[in-house]
Design a protein around this ligand. Structure first.
Ligand SMILES: Cc1cc2nc3c(=O)[nH]c(=O)nc-3n(C[C@H](O)[C@H](O)[C@H](O)COP(=O)(O)OP(=O)(O)OC[C@H]3O[C@@H](n4cnc5c(N)ncnc54)[C@H](O)[C@@H]3O)c2cc1C
Length: 419
């Protein structure tokens, strides 16, 4: 069916960023600070992506073996949350625990201060292409569909939504994506005994952050639903914990799968908490305080770029002349159909070339964040939020530098993004 209609035009921009998670925030702020007329389209009415809407805590990937490898806009946000007492830097691993509401607060302040034109509550619904370039993107808000035009477009939706609308080449899908998890906030648990006290921070002093005792116990419960971890993260003050333990395989880019998985994992969250309440005195008074509004989506589609980064290259210490960011997080693969996790530390910070952000077949399309061009192993390191901020910042600067790698690198160094 072909429907022709007039769509109101909401403006013309130098850079249009689609998706307001870590990568989208950093892309929009960096471009706008450099003087580009920048728009940001986000389907939620807040910004922050998985960290804000998915209750994914902590921010990982700023540090490699105690040395900071990512700075710039992501680090600026961390400083703002630290000043508010709403974040905690956990050295030597360098994870940053934080309160999701403060991430929303400071992300929006940063975007407004930078002068970005914001389109919240706006779901990307299509795009127009001419001669191998995107000319406009379409989105739907409560009062109808709108279009914005642009010179460059950045896909920061996490799931390559704009790439799919633009018929950009995608990488082949794996047999199984990493699983989805629905995170939730838990109140009333006793964190003063070693059971939780020993694992709620990722400071490296208490061994692995996953709670091994609870993992072993849950694995023996015949009526336990599929789970991972569990990981408990303090939201700094009081004893409110962000909990990551539900788990389900599937393709989150399929709306039917997404909706069914959200409903199923909400059931699982209540069942898991009930099991813990019965099994451990520390959880006797615990109850779910809130369930994340967004499903935690680890992995979906990725764009094919001018280069496809591999996990092997990260492990072998590759070098690229057009490196625009470094990843620091281990290759971290969560088992889709079980409760396991495979981790491989990077021997050195992993370089990410600008070409991974540049579409192979759509001239003015950049990917930022977890949809960039890489294999599943490299993805399993670079998907964390500090790296997503760094990739977004690089995309914003690359738009300003018209894709020139050396100018992009020099500017990123100047603004402290590459440390
Ligand atoms: C369960 C789980 C645990 C994790 N644990 C950690 C951890 O401990 N530490 C860590 O650093 N990282 C962790 N991650 C990874 C990290 O959260 C993400 O990979 C990261 O947020 C990716 O950033 P992004 O900007 O690419 O995408 P996202 O954060 O996914 O942001 C994408 C944004 O685009 C918007 N969007 C999507 N589609 C549309 C559309 N059609 N129209 C408009 N807007 C749209 C979304 O609403 C969202 O705001 C975890 C992820 C999950 C799921």
């Amino acid at each position: 069916m072909r429907i022709e209609r007039e769509v109101p035009f909401a403006g013309s921009f130098d850079l249009v960023v689609c998706g307001g998670g870590p990568s989208g925030i950093a892309a929009a702020v960096s471009a706008s600070r450099l003087g580009l007329r920048t728009a940001l389209i986000e389907k939620n009415h807040f910004f922050g992506g998985m960290g804000a809407g998915g209750y994914v805590v902590p921010l990982s990937g700023f540090f490699h073996q105690g040395i900071r490898v990512a700075g710039g806009i992501g680090w600026e946000l961390v400083q703002r949350m630290l000043q508010d007492g709403a974040a905690q830097l956990e050295l030597p691993k360098g994870h940053v625990s934080f309160h999701p509401e403060y991430l929303k607060l400071h992300a929006e302040r940063l975007l407004r201060e930078a002068g970005v034109t914001l389109f919240p509550d706006a779901v990307l619904s299509g795009c127009c292409r001419e001669d191998g370039r995107i000319t406009q993107v379409l989105f739907v808000q409560e009062d109808g569909e709108k279009a914005v035009g642009g010179t460059t477009f950045a896909d920061a939706t996490g799931s390559a939504v704009l790439c799919r609308f633009a018929n950009a080449e995608l990488l082949p899908e794996p047999e199984k994506y990493q699983p989805m998890s629905l995170c939730f906030l838990l109140e009333g648990a006793d964190v003063t005994t070693p059971l939780l006290g020993g694992c709620i921070h990722h400071d490296g002093k208490t061994g692995r952050s996953v709670n091994a005792e609870l993992h072993a116990w849950l694995a023996e419960q015949p009526d336990a639903p599929q789970f991972g971890g569990p990981w408990f993260n303090a939201l700094i003050r009081g004893n409110l914990l962000a909990v990551n333990m539900t788990r389900a395989a599937g393709d989150a880019a399929d709306p039917k799968v997404y909706a069914a998985t959200y409903a199923g994992l909400r059931e699982d969250a209540f069942r898991l908490v009930e099991l813990l309440r019965k099994g451990f005195p520390e959880f006797r008074n615990a109850q779910i305080a809130a369930i994340a509004p967004d499903l935690g989506v680890r992995e979906t589609r990725r764009m094919r770029g001018l280069y496809v980064l591999t996990g092997r290259e990260l492990l072998d210490g590759a070098h690229f002349d057009d490196t625009i960011a470094f990843c620091a997080h281990p290759i971290d693969i969560h088992q889709a159909d079980g409760n396991g996790q495979r981790l491989a530390e990077l021997p050195a910070p992993g370089p990410i070339p600008l070409r991974c952000l540049q579409s192979a077949n759509v001239e003015n399309l950049l990917a930022a964040g977890r949809a960039i061009s890489c294999d599943g192993e490299a993805f399993a390191s670079l998907r964390v939020m500090a790296t997503a901020f760094a990739l977004g910042e690089a995309a914003g600067v690359a738009a300003w530098a018209n894709g020139d790698a050396q100018r992009t690198r020099a500017q990123l160094q100047k603004q402290g993004a590459i440390v």
